[in-house]
Write a protein that binds this ligand. Structure first.
Ligand code: GRF
Length: 187
């Protein structure tokens, strides 16, 4: 199978990146992680790129500069898919228009609920009964693009920010690869 070259954007821990790298070793998984980009030189997730000999770039210049560099690299590495995996910067409308590639994001809530940051605290404060994660296409609206996949679980009365995060991330490790398989199911 010809795998689609994929670029993963990270800012922090990179556990979703690690999971995607592992999945991409499977012959039938449709993508290969060809490039990792971080805006944060101290992102722990960069270690996963290093360990697996995946080219990575740290770009922490201003937004316009960042986007121009990224667009060039995406061309250079023949990237077909961009995955935002814990990337903490807002992607501009211009960048989305100029990219002309599929771009997806993973978000730790059942969108459209709880867009943005500090999601676990807000979910607990609101006494939600259910939460989960969403993989969606990226458009110009923050966490607002078309949904690809959503996975959920019931919140127990003993849950706290930490346990919600652990449970949500466990589902993320299933949802992100499944969303990618779904995108490339017919080509
Ligand atoms: C994930 O929970 C994702 O939903 C959110 O950022 C977190 C990144 O975690 N967008 P990691 O860096 O992949 O461990």
């Amino acid at each position: 199978m010809v795998k689609k070259n994929t670029c993963v954007f990270i800012s922090g821990r990179g556990s979703n990146l690690k999971n995607l790298i592992n999945k991409s070793r499977d012959y039938n998984f449709p993508i290969k992680i060809a490039l990792v980009i971080s805006n944060n030189a101290n992102a722990l997730g960069l270690l996963h790129a290093k360990k697996n000999n995946i080219p990575y770039l740290i770009i922490n210049t201003n937004k316009t500069c960042f986007e121009n560099i990224v667009l060039n690299e995406i061309k250079k590495y023949k990237i077909s898919l961009v995955c935002l995996a814990g990337y903490m910067k807002i992607i501009s409308k211009n960048f989305i228009i100029n990219l002309k590639k599929k771009m997806i994001n993973i978000h730790p809530t059942l969108l459209p609920k709880f867009k943005g940051l500090n999601t676990y605290k807000r979910i607990i404060d609101k006494k939600e009964i259910k939460t989960g994660c969403t993989v969606h296409f990226v458009n110009e609206k923050l966490d607002g693009g078309k949904k690809i996949i959503q996975k959920s679980f019931f919140i127990s009365k003993n849950d706290n920010i930490k346990s919600l995060q652990e449970k949500t991330q466990k589902l993320e490790y299933k949802a992100f690869p499944e969303a990618i398989i779904q995108i490339y199911r017919y080509n």
